[in-house]
Design a protein around this ligand. Structure first.
Ligand SMILES: NC(=O)c1ccc[n+]([C@@H]2O[C@H](COP(=O)([O-])OP(=O)(O)OC[C@H]3O[C@@H](n4cnc5c(N)ncnc54)[C@H](O)[C@@H]3O)[C@@H](O)[C@H]2O)c1
Length: 441
């Protein structure tokens, strides 16, 4: 329940009128995978948008209409920049001119698996230096429940401004799925919860101008928890699929066939698939925000810890498969040439963050394998002290074993099958193909 509040109708009404008439000056802090698409949607909706980022390279590229996010073509960005609807800066004094601010900065984990709040803190400190009454602020970075009220609010209210009266503060989880052609920023329903009812109302009105569906909830904490439930659900179910794969492997059953057959049930089942391990900036990380928070409340998040353990075993399992396949072919892994197909953390994108491919490559190398890779989205990468460049798919002919780690649609699997002497397929990319060359997860 949100507290009954005394709202200054004037401040809220003025801001709401600016939002409705699209005269509100929109600010997006952090122009990455989340922030740039959001900035583009609001610019497309007719708002004047200012992006603020600490990266001079990113702001330069935005101002040149040159997109660095695969889901935003430069042909979409450039006309918005040319029309004066979108600009970028590294200078936080732009906040003085803004009516709304969305914060989309990173929230990684520290090595200890504790939340790293430093990006939220430093961006909010900068915002606070130039903050003024009449502004709507929305935190979008994934974080533990309580962050908006306990961490962000005190920084913004420091100057004596009162939330819900002088300014408006919400949390709205970002659900963008890079590389998904069907669901993008504009048509993914937007959950929003404010510190007060007026905050929720103003935040919902804001999103409704550019996004198709807005889902208001009763508090910032509920909105924060929604994101953690979604990603924890995914992480645990992938963990279950991975454990199924380990069990099926041990007793000689094809796990992919099992999942596909189970997925024919029209209710009560949703397929998740095994793979070489979790990757990306969200699924391997966000659930630990929740377990960190609940630990403080005396509750061990046991599903999360268990799924984290099983998912963490998968790169080892894939490497064992490679080693066994090579052994069966009479070649020890030491000295064998192994080509890894796909190194980004999921198909059809260029994002390498937390990619299990790096673990697979590292483990193979430690066992003495000579590792190379092929990925049209990742031209080069660094593995320990080694600088590698993407090899052409044809180089599969020179490998002793090929491992499919990320199943990009751009790969010519027919050609791969022709060239490679041995294939370990950790994604079922060669579904339906019968060949003695293929070892499946
Ligand atoms: N990428 C995704 O698919 C995705 C999906 C849902 C939620 N999220 C969440 O959204 C948030 C942002 O993720 P992302 O993938 O866009 O990250 P990103 O690394 O792509 O972008 C973050 C941007 O913030 C900038 N930045 C860092 N510190 C800053 C500061 N103090 N002031 C201004 N800018 C700063 C960085 O230069 C970078 O451009 C994270 O909390 C993430 O968990 C990401």
């Amino acid at each position: 329940m949100q507290p009954v509040e005394v709202v200054s109708p004037a401040t809220a009404a003025i801001l709401e009128e600016k939002i409705r008439s699209r005269r509100a000056r929109v600010g997006i802090v952090g122009l990455g995978y989340v922030g740039l698409p959001l900035a583009v949607e609001f610019a497309k909706a007719g708002f004047a948008v200012t992006g603020i980022d600490i990266s001079a390279e990113k702001t330069r590229r935005v101002n040149a209409g040159d997109s660095y996010i695969a889901d935003i073509p430069s042909s979409t960005l450039a006309p918005l920049v040319a029309a004066g609807k979108l600009r970028a800066t590294t200078d936080f004094s732009a906040v003085l001119e803004l009516d709304t601010i969305n914060i989309c900065v990173p929230t990684p984990l520290r090595k200890t698996k504790d939340p790293d709040m430093s990006y939220i803190v430093s961006s909010c400190q900068e915002i606070a230096r130039h903050f003024h009454a009449g502004t709507l602020v929305i935190l979008e970075s994934t974080t533990y429940p309580g962050t908006t009220d306990e961490l962000v609010l005190p920084m913004l209210a420091k100057g004596g401004l009162e939330v819900g009266r002088d300014f408006f503060l919400c949390f709205s989880p970002e659900r963008v799925d890079p590389g998904n052609p069907r669901y993008q920023t504009a048509n993914i329903p937007k959950v929003v919860g404010g510190c007060t009812a007026a905050c929720t109302r103003v935040g919902s009105l804001f999103y409704a101008q550019a996004l198709e569906t807005v889902v208001p909830v009763s508090s910032t904490q509920v909105a924060e928890m929604v994101k953690l439930l979604e990603n924890t659900f995914r992480m645990i179910n992938i963990g279950l699929a991975n454990e199924m794969a380990l069990m099926c492997d041990r007793i000689g059953i094809n796990v992919w066939e099992v999942i596909d057959a189970a997925a024919t049930k029209p209710f009560g089942f949703m397929p998740f698939y095994p793979g070489p391990g979790l990757g990306g900036h969200c699924i391997p990380i966000d659930p630990f925000y929740l377990s960190w928070k609940t630990k403080q409340a005396g509750i061990e998040a046991r599903f999360i810890e268990l799924a984290g353990y099983i998912n963490g075993q998968m790169p080892h399992f894939v490497v064992d498969k490679v080693q066994n396949a090579l052994n069966d072919a009479g070649k020890p892994v030491k000295g064998s040439r192994i080509l890894v197909m796909g190194v980004s953390y999921k198909r059809d994108i260029d994002d390498m963050r937390e990619s299990p491919a790096l673990d697979v490559m590292m483990l193979l190398q430690r066992r003495g394998g000579i590792v190379s890779y092929c990925d049209p989205y990742v031209p080069s990468l660094k593995l320990d002290d080694l600088n590698l460049e993407s090899e052409p798919l044809e180089s599969a002919a020179d490998a002793d074993c090929v491992v499919i780690v990320t199943d990009h649609r751009a790969f010519d699997y027919r050609l791969l099958l022709e060239k490679a002497p041995l294939i370990v397929d950790s994604r079922n990319a060669l579904k339906g193909v019968v060949s003695e060359k293929i070892v499946r997860l």
